[in-house]
Write a protein that binds this ligand. Structure first.
Ligand code: SF4
Length: 282
């Protein structure tokens, strides 16, 4: 069995930056309450390791009476900063600068008079935060074909969730173009996402099975699995090596492995080690 890793996989710089911010903040406030608002990244192993170091996550600011709250990579609406400050909390912002860019572009489109369309998952915190920064008014399109189900004015401005799949964006535009007189789009898919998707595509063309490692609630990891399937490979999305089923790779000669932007390298290494135990490399 041959195992190949995607050339771009695992932690992106936005996630590394956020984890450094958490570590530095905890070190700067020993003995004080330091919490992240929501899990800092969509990876349960990393979140658990931070909890062991005393940095828990809260789902709501009202779960905190005092201390420091860290805003995660996905960002939050402006009201959340205001609420935290009104409660007297110290706010440390780990929003990824590429998410801030989406928020700013959304605001710009609204100021220019476009009806804002956000192409992404309406339940994802990045999309919820972006709506807030754009003044609360936007149409969120989750699937390109959903364009046919909503009423849109003639002038629309589009921003895209950073972890969206690039091929789906082309499909969205094909649906929008016949329905609108003017479409202004900022392709805000972030570069680490594009690199990981391209690397996953390339890998999936050369192997029969791809193991995609990352949190089940991580959009960019889920998209990597979809991209591999689009290229004809069988893709399995797992959170760690314990989920690996030996039957998936039985008799398979070429296996690929990739990981989402919130997956630490050691989790990928453990999956490779387990694969090598199931069937020794040739
Ligand atoms: S996936 Fe992109 S937007 Fe999200 S944290 Fe990484 S670099 Fe930032």
């Amino acid at each position: 069995m041959k195992i190949r890793k995607a050339i771009h996989a695992g932690y992106c710089w936005g996630v590394e930056r956020a984890l450094d911010i958490v570590t530095d903040t905890a070190a700067a406030h020993p003995g004080e309450t330091v919490r992240t608002l929501g899990p800092i990244i969509h990876n349960p192993h990393v979140v658990q390791s931070l909890e062991e170091k005393g940095v828990q996550s809260v789902n709501d600011l009202d779960e905190m009476g005092s201390g420091t709250v860290i805003i995660r990579t996905h960002g939050v609406p402006p009201e959340t900063y205001e609420h935290a400050k009104a409660k007297g909390l110290n706010v440390v912002d780990a929003t990824c600068p590429l998410v801030t860019l989406v928020q700013n572009k959304a605001k710009q489109l609204v100021q220019e008079g476009y009806h804002l369309v956000i192409f992404g998952n309406p339940r994802h915190p990045e999309v919820i935060g972006t709506i807030g920064h754009a003044g609360g008014k936007a149409t969120v399109i989750e699937h390109p074909e959903d364009v046919e189900k909503v009423h849109l004015p003639k002038r629309v401005g589009v921003v895209v969730q950073t972890t969206q799949e690039t091929e789906l964006l082309a499909a969205l535009l094909a649906h929008l173009a016949p329905r609108c007189k003017e479409v202004k789009i900022f392709n805000t898919i972030c570069n680490p996402t594009i690199e990981r998707q391209e690397a996953a595509r390339e890998l999936a063309r050369d192997v029969q099975v791809v193991i995609v490692v990352g949190g089940k609630n991580s959009s960019n990891t889920r998209h990597l699995a979809e991209v591999c399937r689009e290229e004809g490979a069988t893709a399995y999305h797992i959170e760690d090596a314990t989920e690996l089923d030996p039957q998936w790779v039985k008799g398979i000669e070429n296996i690929g492995i990739t990981a989402g932007a919130s997956t630490p390298g050691w989790l990928m290494d453990q999956v490779v080690e387990r694969l090598e135990k199931i069937e020794p490399a040739v």
